[in-house]
Design a protein around this ligand. Sequence first.
Ligand code: AHG
Ligand code: MN
Ligand code: MN
Length: 286
Amino acid sequence: MLSIFETLKSIAFAVDEAIKTEDLGYASGRNATGDDQLKLDVRADGIVESILSQHPLVYSIISEEKEEELIVHPDGRYTVCYDPLDGSSIVEADLSVGTIFGIYEKGKLTGSGLRGSAYIVYGPRLELVAAVRGRAPRHYRSGSEGLFAVRRSLRLGEKGKLNAPGGTQKYWLPEHKAFVDSLFAEGYRLRYSGGMVPDLHQILVKAGGIFSYPGTSDKPEGKLRALFEVLPFALIYEAAGGEAVDQRGRRLLELVPSSLHATTPCFFGSSYEIGRFKEAYGVNDG
Ligand code: AHG
Ligand code: MN
Ligand code: MN
């Protein structure tokens, strides 16, 4: 597992270079979820595929940008599910974007089969966060010598100050609107860029708060994809001492996605905010 995390460092530098230098326009295709693809989505996907598929422990890879699983080493141990470029809609505005990885035991594409996860942030600095269950996530930041470990570990406090509410407000359920409003009434500050990587990363670095992407009247199962986006962050949030639950208050790490590209509502935060969410939604026993 640790050697896979090492491989992610070379992916970070290669994708960062592509983001900084290559064409930001649209490609001709759509991905498996029906999103228009940027040339950069396709390029980042190609970089991740070519580097990850060289690692002998990787049995297969599954990309948000591809329909199907690609088997690369029949004797390998893990299936790596990844979102090569998270934040396609904001890259043009030069906001931070990311890459997300979930490392699953092969044949076990479920929350319980997830063994480790990581994400890269392409921001003013290049950063990498990697975690296995039960250990505080490791945080790396770029410097003149490459990516080095940041000394302070990523740990969520009991309660934070940031609120990152996703989705179109017009389609929020009344209980969601009431919940979000109540956090603002309590003094929480809005921090939402439209990229889950920098938005969730900010909450981790500032040690507390909540990010939500609920089921809405237009998207009852939410927007964010379980295998590539939601489960990897669920593991990282739990490893940092936080919580990650679905709309019924159930641990996301117990989720069994119905298909490779299935989405799920999701709520990530420190324990106080997740407790408040459960109260607001009436899912206290979840
Ligand atoms: P992607 O660029 O991989 O399609 O993912 C974008 C996601 C996620 O990063 C973000 O949190 C969410 O879309 C934002 O959606 P809304 O604009 O609906 O809030
Ligand atoms: Mn994404
Ligand atoms: Mn993406």
